[in-house]
Design a protein around this ligand. Sequence first.
Ligand SMILES: Cc1cc2nc3c(=O)[nH]c(=O)nc-3n(C[C@H](O)[C@H](O)[C@H](O)COP(=O)(O)O)c2cc1C
Length: 361
Amino acid sequence: MTMSNTGQLMPSCVQLTDMLPVRYPVIQAPMLGVTTPAMVAAIANGGGLGSLPVGGLSPQKTAELIRLTREKTSRPFAVNLFTHAVNAPVDQAQLDAMQAFLKPVHEKLGIPFEHKSVADFSFYHYRDQLEVLLMEKVEIISFTFGILEPDVVELLKSRGCKLIGTATSVREAIMLDLLGVDAIVAQGFEAGGHRGSFLTDEALPQVGLMALLPQIAAAVSVPVIAAGGLYNDQTIKAAFTLGAAGVQLGSIFLACDESAASEVYKEAVISSGDTSTALTKAFSGRWARGIRNGFMEQMEQSGLEIPYYTYQNSLTSAMRTYGQQHNLRDYISLWAGQSAAHARRGKAGEIFLSLIEKLNF
Ligand SMILES: Cc1cc2nc3c(=O)[nH]c(=O)nc-3n(C[C@H](O)[C@H](O)[C@H](O)COP(=O)(O)O)c2cc1C
């Protein structure tokens, strides 16, 4: 959709709502660790696209979450995957140095810490989840951190599955377009959580949504979904004006009733401001935007090289779980975007509907 000069939303060449089985081109962003089946179902039942995050989870857990969501809604929803390579080589000396840093942090909290060697790590690849996705006849798959391999694209498309990739630069968007995805999320620098960036031969793209969105929309042939910093009718209308066919909102749902975020996390989000967040690799080894806290600062000051994603994520997992359970603000990843202060308490469905009411769909 684009906006007419009377301020009405009007159909663009390719409508997202023609392609996806949803009433409104508004997507609840997948947020691993925060999004629950109840949140996804609330948005789906309200006529939007709910997204169930299953990135890096086991096939069993993936199946369980899909079924739990289906118990709460008969509407379609997207299932979200992480499509990075999981076996990137890692240096044992780097792991040892990081563990020497993390051990006293764990001791201070009274959590057991077991030293790990490279061979002790094992991770799920999205291919491990494919059988479940096919068995469960998932209709929409969104993905981030990379591209699906072409044989998987062919397989999923042959089963009628719609595919939505994530881009943080025009180059990434063109790659996704050439791969044959049905829509592309343009993730601006404002966005909360991990950057979806996947072209490692260039510096991390740091393009704000206002610059990124129209440039991606001009460069690709498929509908573009805007993500990053959107939270009300004005910001959403601005995205449509800049060429979006749909919008994806995450942070606004962080503090809702159906969010799995701990109370201390919800409070931090609501009391955040425009400058509260920063990009960090401290928790996971992959660049992500979150509210600054003690662990982020301690890690920055250490000057240590942070092992690549999934290794570092795994090394900090026990600490983050403990922090979440005990409301320890300084030991959890407070993923949130630059407009996270606009996150709202209350039911996800009501937050969603109050947005929709102000848009002229
Ligand atoms: C807590 C949190 C977790 C996230 N997890 C995922 C995820 O699992 N998969 C994904 O594609 N994007 C994830 N994202 C990014 C969102 O898809 C989206 O780009 C972002 O929320 C949009 O910006 P906003 O938070 O300003 O609305 C996450 C974002 C947050 C805040």
